[in-house]
Write a protein that binds this ligand. Structure first.
Ligand SMILES: [Zn+2]
Length: 379
């Protein structure tokens, strides 16, 4: 089957499963491995789209649940689609809303048909079904849309995870059936199965059989220990076809990105860089810095001497600390810009290191510099 996006492998690392590739989409190419900034409500918080583009981001993620509730997908369709509505002309990936709906503890009811839930905004009642989720994402016009799935919590009984997986597999088939705009939009399937190898295998076989343009590994980084997450990830990646992009959802701290890349994952997203920015935290080549700390009061050096982003070229730690302490919006803007630049540049470094067969060395050096140790674990 011909898909609207295509993954091409450029180079494989000679020591690990890390791979350098490119995904072509109707809105341009994406160099992989890639980090996707999150624009939940059709905006990467505190950033103009031109800034996001200037710092080198090639794709952003937006959230179906939020846009469906506000302003509504019909309104966005009327506006000419999400790209036009938010003035972002590069690729967009939208999630399915499943994760948000299932996070609404107490406000929801799951049936085979879908999920009934109450809006977190005004308490109004809604139902999301696989067909509805595809209808919404079709109206948004995202380049990559995600299937409707349930992400079981950790820990969870195996019987629950199995039942949930059966529903997720049935929903994926319904999503595929409801998806008609295949020339412009690609539907990714999501692997679930919790921490159980047999369920992961079943899930992988069920999604790969559908010949989708890309696959995601879901249900990780939901509270399990890091070692377990990496073991399960190791097991999962091997099932996914080499000629399709692989995406691990909601995983975006530097250590998890490096570990994912090392195992052959191509796509990552996380709200972390912009969220911590709004709390006064900078991600730098020497590790995270909390600008609220008094030691930065008279520090007139840039956030990160290795960074050449707009923030680091023009402003000092002392100035940004002052903005953060005064609750000035500009502080969030400058920190968001830098943190996104930091992750985008980290991905550039990762891609170059794979091209030059020195990914392992690059990872070790990054960990030593960022975490102060070789393991990438916070001390
Ligand atoms: Zn910077």
């Amino acid at each position: 089957m011909k898909h609207s996006i295509k993954y091409s492998l450029i180079k494989k690392d000679n020591k690990t499963a890390a791979r350098r590739g490119v995904i072509s989409t109707p809105h341009g190419e994406i160099q992989t491995p890639v980090f996707m900034p999150v624009g939940t409500a059709a905006t990467v918080k505190a950033m103009r789209p031109e800034q996001v583009e200037d710092l080198g981001a090639e794709i952003i993620l937006s959230n179906t649940y939020h846009l469906y509730l506000r302003p509504g997908h019909e309104l966005i369709r009327e506006a000419g689609g999400l790209h036009k509505f938010m003035n972002w002309n590069k690729p967009i990936l939208t999630d399915s809303g499943g994760f948000q709906v299932f996070s609404l503890k107490g406000l929801r009811k799951i049936t085979d048909e879908g999920v009934m839930f109450q809006s977190h905004i005004d308490g109004s009642r809604h139902e999301l079904t696989p067909e509805k989720v595809i209808e919404i994402q079709t109206a948004l016009g995202s380049d990559i849309m995600m299937a409707f799935d349930e992400c079981p919590p950790y820990p969870a009984d195996k019987s629950y995870v199995e039942q949930s997986l059966n529903t997720t597999i049935a929903w994926l088939k319904r999503c595929k059936k409801a998806h008609h705009n295949t020339e412009k939009q690609a539907l990714f399937g999501i692997m679930q199965g919790g921490m159980h190898y047999d369920l992961r295998k079943r899930s992988a076989e069920a999604i790969v059989e559908l010949d989708l343009p890309g696959y995601s590994i879901g249900g990780l980084s939901v509270g399990e220990p890091k070692e377990l997450m990496l073991e399960v990830l190791d097991y999962c990646v091997d099932f996914l076809p080499a000629d399709k992009p692989r995406y691990v959802m909601g995983v975006g701290t530097p250590d998890y990105i490096f570990e994912g890349v090392e195992r052959g994952v191509d796509m990552f997203d996380c709200v972390l860089p912009t969220r911590v920015a709004r709390n006064g935290q900078a991600m730098t080549s020497e590790g995270p810095l909390n600008l609220k700390n008094k030691r930065f009061e008279r520090d007139f050096s840039p956030l990160d001497h290795k960074c050449d982003c707009y923030t680091c070229r023009n402003y000092s730690r002392a100035y940004i600390r002052h903005l953060v302490k005064s609750n000035e919006i500009f502080g969030s803007m400058l920190l968001s810009n830098h943190n996104l630049a930091f992750l985008v540049n980290m991905m550039k470094g990762i891609r170059k290191s794979i091209e030059e067969d020195r990914f392992t060395e690059f990872k070790r050096d990054f960990y030593e510099s960022y975490y102060g140790n070789e393991s990438g674990n916070k001390l």
